[in-house]
Ligand binder design. Sequence first.
Ligand SMILES: Nc1ncnc2c1ncn2[C@@H]1O[C@H](COP(=O)(O)OP(=O)(O)OP(=O)(O)O)[C@@H](O)[C@H]1O
Ligand SMILES: [Mg+2]
Length: 242
Amino acid sequence: MILSVKNVCQTFGGLRALQDVSLQMKTGEILGVIGPNGAGKSTLFGTISGEISRQRGEIYFQGKSISDWAMNKIAKAGLVKTFQTSRPFASMTFQDNVAIGALAQGFSIEKARLHSIDCLERVGLGNQFASPAFGASTGQRKRLEIARALATNPQLLLLDEPFGGVDIAAVDSLINLIKSLRKQGLSILLIEHNIAAVTKLVDRLIAMHLGKVIAQGSAQDVTTNRLVVAAYMGVESEHSIA
Ligand SMILES: Nc1ncnc2c1ncn2[C@@H]1O[C@H](COP(=O)(O)OP(=O)(O)OP(=O)(O)O)[C@@H](O)[C@H]1O
Ligand SMILES: [Mg+2]
């Protein structure tokens, strides 16, 4: 098991954003998380990666409890998350945007800049390294975001909507990129609204609704599950309040 999440809870004011969420992930797995807007998917990723401090529950990464670790310590241990909305430093080059990720992990400036070229090559942006980030297309920004995460040499990558806002042609090449990262030994947990794309990519799916896991299993089983279909149709659309 690379990741084990046990009974994690998170509340914002009166809103129960995560209610006893548990999941397990095998090393080398590509696991998808789906669910309607506000289901708690990004909150779950923020909690696992240490961006949001957990209120209750336990999180284990490679057998070690990381429940109370800060985000930077978790990233150094090999678990890193991309942001749902990518926010590169627009005036900086692709290379320097990636180098920042490596610097945060304690690389020297020279090493960080060299390493960032490797990371850009791994995501298919090798020949773009000197371009400023403000000219990047949405697909390129998504790749840049992945390259920034790779700069920390992760074993587990959490991707929050890697295909969001990307056109159909670019989605297929992003699917191939994520598959190639798995071949290189990474485990990948991803949130995605594009069900057709996620179905092509994942080994297994988890569906969330109103802060709870409502189904898990094969993509086929989860996407046809009665509760999942009802959640997407807004049948149970009220938020539970603590
Ligand atoms: N920092 C916060 N403060 C208060 N409420 C929050 C905060 N972050 C998230 N929420 C609320 O928690 C719930 C879950 O939000 P979250 O962003 O995790 O959903 P999501 O499943 O990622 O949705 P989407 O598909 O729209 O990205 C929502 O009702 C949201 O408004
Ligand atoms: Mg989200």
